[in-house]
Design a protein around this ligand. Structure first.
Ligand code: AMP
Length: 193
């Protein structure tokens, strides 16, 4: 299965993606994780992306499309994948369409997490506290100021993907304000497994 999880930062995409990985046995492809790994490793992509990510803006379509194109060629992605945080612009969605069409593949579902944007800042603050309590490093962009920029980037550049996929008939929605288990059940209902 090839699935896209669409929704603003803090909507719960990562949490649900982790559950889908267990249930479906396909990898989660998070462009945020891939970019953070590139930053940590100091690769040319990481060096380009770091300042952009720290301020909460979007990395260029060209860079992101490049890392996704490489990643979906890997062996573990051949059975399918869960895209988390990608695509984030219409240009990325079009690029993905081309990539998949070139391989004779199709998307199975685009699942949009509907959330109250006002509640997201609180979620992010909570996520940062929980991460700290586990003794792990808190993401630099998980603070209220940068978060506002990330949310603005979502509204301006990613929200249009909802109608992009709706017009293709691929879009399904879940209520991301519900409890984690309820969202999981809703996704099971959509995917039929
Ligand atoms: P995330 O972990 O998905 O919240 O992503 C963290 C940051 O990585 C974002 O704020 C962007 O700076 C960058 N990023 C992740 N995915 C993308 C993408 N598909 N397009 C552009 N920038 C991205």
């Amino acid at each position: 299965m090839r699935i896209i999880l669409l929704g603003p930062p803090g909507a719960g995409k990562g949490t649900q993606a982790a559950r889908l990985v267990e249930r479906l046995g396909i990898p989660q492809l998070s462009t945020g994780d891939m970019l953070r790994a590139a930053v940590a490793a100091g690769t040319p992509v990481g060096l380009k992306a770091k300042a952009i990510m720290d301020r909460g803006d979007l990395v260029s379509d060209e860079v992101v499309l490049g890392i996704v194109a490489d990643r979906i060629e890997e062996a573990d992605a051949q059975k399918g994948f869960i895209l988390d945080g990608f695509p984030r612009t219409v240009a990325q969605a079009e690029g993905l369409d081309k990539m998949l069409a070139g391989k004779g593949l199709k998307l199975d579902a685009v699942i949009e997490f509907k959330v109250d944007h006002e509640a997201l800042v609180d979620r992010i603050v909570k996520r940062a506290k929980e991460t700290e309590a586990r003794g792990e490093a808190v993401r630099k962009d998980d603070n209220p100021d940068v978060f506002k920029t990330r949310l603005e980037a979502y509204k301006a550049q990613t929200a249009p993907l909802s109608s992009y996929y709706a017009s293709k008939g691929d879009l399904k929605t879940v209520d991301g304000m519900k409890a984690i288990d309820e969202v999981t059940e809703a996704i099971k209902g959509i995917l039929g497994r």
